[in-house]
Design a protein around this ligand. Structure first.
Ligand code: ADP
Ligand code: MG
Length: 342
């Protein structure tokens, strides 16, 4: 079971679930829905008069996305695609849009993100919970079926060579966040925040105009820091989220596509702050695989996002765009905070 990596500060839990009129009529009504989807706990919080309808529709949207994109659900579109036996299949518009964004990110990250990693992820047991350490020969066999360049997407026609399988798990929650923001905006909402199993995405600011405060989890539990954000996605990939131990070794669920083994880049977690959830989600996974040096170089070349790196050695580094909106918290206060500059 995944741990929640973020908790929103100061949200009164007694309001769960449903809507609550504010004590002070000058304040906005708050509607909140908590649901289980995509194997994790999700919370949608919407302020304003259209909140109730918006959270309801948001819940429906999440279920629709799950039933399209789940890699394990035998009724999903991804399952159908993964069992197409090398034949071309026609994709829904939703899946086409997500897959084409995801493939672009795979290319942009030099394959650190690879949406065809599924055969390897499955061999380690991460989708089933039957954890095991595959033999070298098994991994090298499976790696022949990994490589996003083997995916042919021509309009909505997708062809995967026999044995190649998609896993959009590294970008699905980020995409879902973007789709929720779109839905809320279209309903006239100006202030909302969603937690999708730890991914946090906000529409606008809090109703009083102040930024949202989002906690960044410490690898050992508790919080390492707090971020103040408006209109952003905050997305973490961490080695402590899903892993198993065998013979004193820890094996995490983020795989380096270069060797098919759990990524060991010296990072405990990468938190990406981006305008779009899908980009933040894809990048958090990819930067975790890359490690600090490559992640910094990648950021310098693009600069349309920021990140927080927690090292396995307890170090904390943030890119300069977060200098004024990130602060260390609790037991982490007083540690050196390194600023990564352009
Ligand atoms: P989470 O989904 O746990 O929040 P991530 O966004 O980092 O975390 O995605 C990790 C998931 O993505 C894994 O569970 C696996 O299904 C898949 N995955 C693992 N390694 C990679 C990779 N290098 N590229 C693409 N997907 C990956
Ligand atoms: Mg990700």
């Amino acid at each position: 079971m995944k741990q929640l990596r973020f908790l929103l500060f100061l949200l009164p839990l007694f309001l769960l679930p449903g809507c609550a009129a504010p004590a002070d009529p000058a304040e906005e009504t708050l509607c909140r829905q908590e649901l289980l989807a995509m194997d994790t706990v999700m919370t949608l919080t919407v302020y304003g008069p259209s909140g109730q309808e918006a959270v309801h529709q948001g819940g429906e949207l999440l279920r629709e996305l799950e039933s399209l994109l789940s890699v394990t659900d035998e009724g999903s579109e991804i399952y159908r695609v993964n069992h197409s036996g090398g034949d071309a299949v026609s994709l829904s518009e939703e899946t086409r849009l997500l897959l084409s964004e995801a493939l672009a990110l795979c290319g942009d990250t030099g394959g650190a993100l690879d949406v065809t990693i599924y055969p390897v992820v499955r061999a380690w047991g991460f989708t089933t919970g039957d954890y095991r350490v595959p033999e070298e020969a098994e991994l090298s066999g499976l790696l022949e079926k990994v490589g996003y360049a083997q995916v042919t997407l021509d309009g909505s026609r997708l062809t995967l060579p026999e044995g190649v399988e998609l896993d959009l798990g590294a970008v699905t929650k980020g995409w879902a966040g973007d789709r929720l923001m779109e839905l809320f905006r279209g309903s006239g909402v100006t202030s909302a925040i969603v937690e999708l199993g730890g991914n946090v995405q906000a529409l606008g600011a809090k109703p009083d105009g102040s930024p949202w405060r989002v906690a960044v989890q410490a690898p050992e539990g508790g919080y390492a820091g707090v971020l103040e954000i408006v209109d952003k996605a905050v997305i973490t990939s961490g080695g402590y989220q899903r892993y198993f131990e065998q013979d004193g070794e820890t094996y995490i669920h983020i795989i380096d596509p270069a060797d098919g083994r759990p990524a060991r880049s010296g990072l405990a977690s990468v938190t990406v702050v981006a305008d779009r959830g899908v980009r933040g989600d894809g990048l958090s996974t990819a930067l975790f695989v890359m490690g600090r040096e490559k992640a910094e170089a990648f950021w310098r070349e693009r600069q349309d996002f920021d990140f927080i790196l927690l090292g396995e050695d307890g170090t904390v580094a943030v890119t300069e765009g977060l200098e004024d909106c990130f602060s260390l918290y609790g037991g982490w206060e007083g540690r050196p905070l390194e600023i990564i500059r352009k």
